[in-house]
Design a binder for this molecule. Structure first.
Ligand SMILES: C[S@@+](CC[C@H](N)C(=O)[O-])C[C@H]1O[C@@H](n2cnc3c(N)ncnc32)[C@H](O)[C@@H]1O
Length: 348
């Protein structure tokens, strides 16, 4: 078991390296190589009873450490956190001290990390612009499954520059400008008439503990990502996203069963969420959408906007009913840092 745990830390370190967090990669590699059973925390981690990779054990620990550093609980360790560039020996010494003394690290191992990556709005928003372009800019009823804290459900509250095209709310406290390749998205105004999201564990942007969790799981050397999250949380706290607690499939079935309002476009969106549903749940989502899509008309269109991993980077796909044609709109970084826009002409 110990070797399996060490391996999971090394594997996650590789992911962190690739996704632009060399600091978290170094921290996790140190734990992989040097953690011992001399402390209660070390024994709990090395003797982890479940699957450490599936349970995201390394990210539980990294999130807990980051939270305590941000709380001012571990000043020695905090001095070595970004923007400092510590040498590995000094970082390990401070980590070992934290493992021996910080009892409040233990509860962070109890639950899986949960994030809400707001830069994904920079990928979803051009998708909504494509929906607007194809539906005569009908007001949108936006439904999001796996919405977490709902930061991407309120995406019209942010300002954007998308391939040279301004969108969203000009001058908003959060400005998203992903590195863009390809033509700009269609010039179409996105008007959201109503919105609602669902999550198995919705996070409340007005709750300090929930905000702490969301922030803790952002890697500490990703300052721009942290700043974006803080800006989005501040905006959302003033007008919290409407979220339900529940399972995506049952929730979606209920929404899609209700008669649509003429003149509005219903959009179901999700980002890096479908993979967390069981295989059967994913198939049910697709079936519910295509059944409801078969009843959609030009006056009551239905769109499915999916920003999900596609065996490598992530892709943005739009399926629009009536017709049910799927358009691969873009390839994108999983955290929304860049977008390769393909747009509507390359439909299939
Ligand atoms: C990786 S997070 C992505 C959150 C958000 N979509 C984003 O892009 O930042 C996946 C989310 O899906 C939620 N989730 C997982 N399974 C679910 C289900 N069956 N029904 C509803 N939400 C679910 C999780 O609680 C989590 O908040």
């Amino acid at each position: 078991m110990t070797e399996r745990v060490r391996h999971s830390f090394a594997v996650q370190a590789g992911h962190c390296e690739r996704l632009g967090s060399p600091f978290t990669a170094m921290l996790l590699r140190l734990v992989a190589a040097r953690l011992t059973g001399d402390t209660a925390l070390g024994r709990r981690i090395l003797g982890w009873p479940g699957d450490p990779e599936a349970d995201a054990l390394p990210l539980r620990l990294a999130g807990g450490l980051h939270a305590l550093v941000r709380r001012g609980r571990l000043p020695d360790l905090a001095a070595l956190y970004p923007p400092a560039a510590p040498d590995p020996a000094a970082l390990w010494e401070a980590l070992a001290r934290a493992f021996a003394t910080a009892a409040d690290l233990d509860p962070w191992l109890d639950s899986a990390p949960q994030t809400n990556e707001v830069a994904r709005s920079g990928v979803l928003m051009p998708g909504l612009m494509a929906v607007a372009a194809m539906t005569g800019s009908k007001p949108i009823v936006l439904w999001e499954i796996g919405a977490s804290a709902g930061l991407n459900l309120v995406l019209d509250a942010y300002a954007y520059e998308l391939g040279g095209r301004a969108a969203g709310r000009p001058g908003a406290g959060l400005h998203l400008a992903p590195d863009w390749t390809g033509p700009p998205p269609p010039e179409a105004s996105v008007r959201i008439a109503a919105r609602r999201g669902v999550d198995l564990n919705p996070l409340d942007v007005t709750d300090a503990q929930h905000r702490e969790r969301l922030t803790a799981y952002v890697w500490p050397d990703q300052r721009a990502r942290l700043a974006r999250l803080e800006a989005a949380l501040a905006l959302a706290a003033a007008d919290p996203p409407p979220l339900d607690r529940g399972d995506a499939v049952a929730w979606l079935a209920e929404r899609l069963a209700a008669p649509p309002q003429a003149g509005q476009a219903r959009v179901v969106q999700h980002s890096i969420a479908l993979q967390y549903l069981p295989v059967q749940g994913r198939a049910q989502v697709a079936a519910l959408l295509s059944e409801a899509g078969a009843r959609a008309t030009a006056d009551t269109p239905l769109a499915w906007l999916a920003y999900e991993f596609e065996g490598g980077p992530a892709g943005l796909r739009l399926t629009l009913w009536p017709g049910g044609r799927t358009h691969r709109l873009a390839t994108a970084h999983p955290h929304g840092q860049w977008v390769r826009w393909e747009g509507l002409p390359g439909s299939r």
